[in-house]
Design a protein around this ligand. Structure first.
Ligand SMILES: *Cc1c(COP(=O)(O)O)cnc(C)c1O
Length: 374
């Protein structure tokens, strides 16, 4: 089945008990046992399983072409679940250009488990190869990355990691399964902050890990989900399911808008640099053309000359763009990125990250044009 059809039907169907076309919200925390003490309907307690969560997991597993999907209360909880597969004495290699919260987990939490962490430039395959040792169990990266929109070669990194016996996890939040499917390129795990494009309306926090195989890691993640307990609520799952049917339409329209905004900014002399994989002079453009389909995503970054103060002044003058963090919603957002990332930030001080929404692109460009003339 094609993506658009899966986005509407996978994991869903009319409610067996009532015929309701949309799945009811199942708030019950506990489920009846059979006379023999078993759980004949498959549910016992909502930390270990809930019908709304099952539907969501089946739907997203289908969209990423994975064997299973394990949902969490946030993208951060989902990433940490994969890191928790590591054993003491092991090592994780992570892209240096990654979401700042992921880097914080790998600097502040994971080493306390006796797991070593190394950050590398994943666009440099030699550097990655040198960092991978026999103890490395996981290579983790994002593409396009946050906030520099750098592109990592998924197939090449998978080959390199698998040669050395390590698994590969890709944070696919920025591309969404509409534009990029890392499991089909050999990755072992895909992770999403479903807070972003999958939710798509800036009103639900969530995360999910999709596994390529049904093997030991899948079982370990399932066990971790029920035991660690950072699970999404039934309503969170219901909201996410509500959002999936429009995912392909939203993401492709946001990517088309973002490309038009990137081209406008790229041609404008008041802008120093534009980071967007859809621009032909982006260093990752060729790889992005190979591994993404239907667009390059809805997020881009632009640097204005003069650093922090001029960048803050441009963000202060926008009227349609809201000054806020996060991405993937229907409304456009702009953010001075260095000031939210904290002391370890490697982001240039003049960089503004934009999440392009579904407004008419002419209005978005007009807003940036007037803000830049500050
Ligand atoms: C937002 C984000 C996360 C963290 O997800 P939360 O849902 O905020 O916990 C991880 N990776 C990327 C790329 C993100 O944009």
């Amino acid at each position: 089945m094609k993506f658009e059809t899966l986005a509407i039907h996978a994991g869903r169907g009319p409610d067996a008990a009532t015929g309701a076309v949309r799945e009811p919200l199942h708030l019950s925390t506990t489920f009846e046992r059979g006379a023999d003490g078993a759980y004949p309907r498959g549910y016992e307690y909502s930390r270990s399983g809930n019908p709304n969560r099952t539907s969501l997991e089946q739907a997203i597993a289908a969209l990423e072409h994975g064997k299973d999907a394990i949902a969490f209360a946030s993208g951060s909880a989902a990433a940490l679940a994969v890191f928790a597969l590591a054993t003491p004495g092991g090592r994780i290699v992570c892209a240096s250009d990654c979401y700042h919260g992921t880097a914080r987990q790998l600097r502040n939490i994971v080493p306390r488990w006796g797991v070593g962490v190394e950050f590398v430039d994943v666009t440099d395959l030699t550097e990655v190869a040198q960092a991978m040792s026999a103890k490395t169990s996981l290579l983790w990266f994002e593409t396009p990355s946050n906030p520099l929109l750098r592109v990592a070669d998924i197939s090449a990194l998978v080959d390199l990691a698998h040669d050395r016996g390590a698994l590969v996890g890709v944070d696919n939040t920025f591309a969404s399964p509409v534009l990029q499917q890392p499991l089909a390129l050999g990755a072992d795990f895909v992770m999403h902050s479903t807070t972003k494009y999958l939710g798509g309306h800036s009103d639900v926090l969530g995360g999910i890990v999709v596994t390529r195989d049904a093997g030991a890691e899948r079982a370990a993640l399932r066990e971790y989900q029920a035991t660690a307990g950072s699970v999404p609520s039934p309503f969170d799952c219901w909201l996410l399911l509500r959002s999936l049917p429009t995912l392909p339409l939203r993401v492709r329209a946001q990517a088309a808008n973002a490309l038009a905004v990137a081209r406008f900014l790229h041609a404008d002399r008041r802008v120093e640099k534009v980071h967007y994989a859809g621009l032909p002079d982006h260093p990752g453009h060729e790889i992005a053309l190979r591994q993404m389909t239907g667009g390059f995503g809805g997020v881009l970054s632009a640097e204005v000359p003069g650093g922090r103060e001029p960048a803050l002044a441009v963000a202060a003058k926008t009227q349609l763009f809201t000054r806020a963090t996060s991405l993937g919603g229907t409304e456009s957002l702009i953010e001075h990125r260095q000031s939210v990332e904290g002391p370890h930030s490697r982001t240039p001080p003049g960089l503004l990250r934009m999440s392009i929404g579904l407004e008419h692109v002419d209005d978005l460009i007009a807003d940036l044009d007037q803000a830049l003339s500050a």
